[in-house]
Design a protein. Structure first.
Length: 143
């Protein structure tokens, strides 16, 4: 009885046999990644010069700097897209299961949409949806 209890507390518990293919796949993927990295290092070019360090431009001689500052509205659009895309995913998930969720699900999604609309109204009031220059937003255009 004590011997059986001692085997249950081993450092490496026995896994079900269904995990064997997953373990083999993980091992094979890890070995493949290592082999490919080693081959790239071994077969890759060892010399460096200015032309090899330049980005490939399809034969066009690069002019200027590749380091450009993106305008802030670009980041705002990207963030708004991510936020509204995630919200759409939640609403789509609710829409696929609305019959099973019943009235409680309807109340939850209504609350969710109201919070989203309040955030959108706040964003609109704060000027987050105005894309033009600040003078045009305030109505102080030239002329």
């Amino acid at each position: 009885m004590q011997q059986a209890a001692a085997t249950n507390h081993s450092l490496f518990p026995t896994l079900p046999p269904e995990f064997l293919p997953l373990a083999l796949y993980t091992l094979a993927a890890t070995v493949l990644i290592g082999v490919l990295l080693l081959a790239a290092w071994w077969l890759g070019a060892k010399t460096t010069n200015r032309n090899k360090e330049l980005p490939y431009e399809s034969g066009v001689i690069p002019t200027g700097s590749a380091r450009l500052a993106y305008p802030v509205p670009f980041y705002l659009i990207a963030i708004f897209f991510i936020v509204f895309d995630v919200e759409a995913a939640f609403i789509f998930a609710w829409a696929t299961a609305w019959r099973e969720l019943g009235l409680a699900g309807l109340v939850h999604i209504t609350f969710f949409i109201v919070i989203l609309l309040l955030g959108l109204v706040w964003l609109w009031i704060k000027g987050g949806l105005d894309w033009g220059p600040s003078r045009e937003r305030r109505g102080h255009g030239r002329g």
